[in-house]
Design a protein around this ligand. Structure first.
Ligand code: NDP
Ligand code: 8X3
Length: 251
């Protein structure tokens, strides 16, 4: 059965890879992000495989989001799958030195916009008694690291919000899954380091990180398990990544 999949943050990285993956299985796509040219180009590439609608929008603009969703064609109005993927990290400074505006942008995007999008689409899913919400969390939501501060905390919110949604939706045919990737090479580090390509490249230097396609394949599979199965969470790291010991400050 053809599904309609709404993907936030479809202009690069995981979101773009998910669009390509779901297009391969003939699902219809609604693609959201700010960079319109990227969305148009991706939509042009995928229209031979499926129906595609793109929507250039800043998801942190709540009023604009509500208005824009209403302008979408009828076939886009009832997504079967919502992939809450749009998000970002900004900076890697210690908490006492971090930029407050960066913190606000991460909270507004990774938490507030994700919650808003979910709240907008959930009533329709409940009315149809059908749906799947995929949240893109992070290993940073479980495992702290220096400079992760607010970014990690936003992903901890996404982890708990995903569980809370499951609790509210018990008894309905609506799934919720939190996908928690570790290090993956996308535009993530370029954004975190404010377009400093050298700093971004150093993150992945000498490693074999996850690819966007790895995560898209996993999300597609999570959306393809039998109706009675819900993948609550999936933590995924590249083989070259693991935990370190707890640190101790000594005299
Ligand atoms: P990218 O930077 O490649 O993609 C981020 C996407 O989010 C872009 O399409 C961007 O589109 C969109 N986006 C950001 N802010 C907004 C906004 N205000 N309104 C609309 N769209 C927005 O990074 P990833 O693909 O890696 O990131 C996707 C998700 O995965 C994020 O939630 C990230 O936190 C998470 N993640 C990433 C990991 C990694 O190592 N790469 C690991 C774990 C989780 P545009 O700029 O065009 O608006
Ligand atoms: C992205 C992974 O470790 O850079 O969420 O926070 S990490």
């Amino acid at each position: 059965m053809t599904r309609t999949v709404l993907i936030t943050g479809a202009s690069s990285g995981f979101g773009e890879a998910c669009a390509k993956k779901f297009a391969e299985s003939g699902d219809n796509l609604v693609l959201l992000a700010r960079r319109n040219e990227r969305l148009q180009s991706l939509a042009g590439e995928l229209t031979a495989q499926c129906r595609v609608q793109s929507l250039s929008i800043d998801l942190t603009d709540a009023a604009a989001l509500e208005a824009a969703l209403q302008t979408l064609p009828d076939w886009c109005q009832n997504p079967d799958i919502l992939i809450n993927n749009a998000g970002l990290a900004l900076g890697l400074s210690a908490a006492h030195e971090a930029d407050m505006q960066d913190w606000a942008t991460m909270i507004n995007t990774n938490i507030t916009a994700l919650v808003h999008m979910t709240r907008l689409l959930l009533p329709g899913m409940v009315a149809r008694n059908r749906g799947h919400i995929i949240n893109v969390g992070s290993t940073a939501g479980s495992w702290p690291y220096p400079g992760g501060n607010v970014y990690g905390a936003t992903k901890a919110f996404v982890q708990q919000f995903s569980r809370e949604l499951r609790a509210d939706l018990l008894g309905k045919q609506i799934k919720v899954s939190n996908i928690e990737p570790g290090m993956a090479e996308t535009e993530f580090s370029l954004v975190r380091f404010k377009q400093d390509q050298n700093k971004a490249d150093n993150v992945y230097d000498g490693t074999q990180p996850l690819t966007a396609r790895d995560i898209a394949d996993i999300i597609h599979w999570v959306c393809s398990v039998p109706p009675h199965v819900n993948i609550n969470a999936m933590e995924v790291m590249p083989l070259c990544q693991a935990w370190g010991p707890l640190k101790v400050d000594r005299d």
